[in-house]
Ligand binder design. Sequence first.
Ligand SMILES: Cc1ncc(COP(=O)(O)O)c(C=O)c1O
Length: 423
Amino acid sequence: MGSATAGQDHWLEMCRDLSVLTAFHPMMDAVIDEVDGRMIRVGNRWLADFASCNYLGFDLDREIIDAVPESLEAWGTHPSWSRLLGSPVLYEEIETRLARLLHSEDALVLPTITHIHMSVIPLLAASGTIFIDARAHKTIYDGCQIARARGAAVKRFRFEDAGHLEELLRVERDPVRLVCIDGVNSMTGNAPDLREFARVTREHGALLYVDDAHGFGVIGERCPDETSPYGMRGNSIVRHFDEKYDNLVLVAGFSKAYSSLLAFIACPTPLKQFLKVAASPYLYSGPSPVASLATVLAGFDVNEKRGDELRAVLYRHTRRVLDCLDEFGVYTPNRSGFPIVEIPLHDHERIDAVGRILFDRGVYVTLAAFPLVPKAEVGFRIQVTAANTEAEVDSLCEAIEELTALGELRPVEAADNAQARAA
Ligand SMILES: Cc1ncc(COP(=O)(O)O)c(C=O)c1O
């Protein structure tokens, strides 16, 4: 790249750790040459992939792959109309099936969650006040910044702290109040106490906006004969907590558990009608490719037939990783048992070296470098999928054991992790 401007120099200095890693580390900004199941090839090295968010393994599912050619024959590769101009009937089918799965009044789909946050948060907030969880996902923050530029006020409450939110709501009596939180957190793997957040927002007449990108497809309604503690049907955090959609809109996407480029907002029909004339991506953006619409629909079928079996496998693999951490006395913030397992390092400066050890042992993970996370949380994140094999999970556990012996990970009494998850 040519010389950076003064503004870019300042940015690069702030992101120095990340830019050095991105330039030189084999596990950052990598070119993946080939995949075979959940094994990936980078150059001449094959690695077990624990950085994929394809939680249910739908990206590799033969029934889903086989559903694509027929849709391409029928619709071509890409609709190209903005949704306002016209949408293939596949969209109607997706929205109807989605609302049925979620038990929501209605649903609207748009290409990505980022599109939804950027357009829907400003519309819902108008010139009112947004209350955002301090550790909400970056794309929620970006949506709030657009809202602020259009006249909304933005206040932060402490991470997962519904009590702090309540204090702020008591003081700020703005008639339009929007509360933005994550569902299953993309860093810690934990879910907020949704019941408490729903109670607080309802009691104060606010609207709760929940981004469950990582929960949809993974967690769902609880029932006595469930195949795992994730619950059944993968119908997301609202159903998992047996909550209602009153004063609550749920946003999530198909790009993780359903391996397809599409996202949704589950909301009442009048709000959907409003978004159809007011949300920019509905009016102006290009649509998702036909292959993604086809894999979403086939994904619903597979979810109905085999989803709960796949979630049981996903839980079993995740449990094995968490048990391993308990056995070696390694700290993780994961207390939910959901398949995102963050492992902070003993010393944040060792991220490069630890990443290389994992790479050399054939284990591919997400490196969480500064400033993507605060220095105290620098480490690596494991995402488990149902398509991982037991042998791959074994190789991950062996690598963790080695890093523990080298003193690279943060120790905790084994009982603490287990106790935190039981709490
Ligand atoms: C919590 C959360 N929200 C939003 C997004 C962005 O989703 P999309 O790629 O659909 O814009 C992500 C992506 O990783 C995420 O983890």
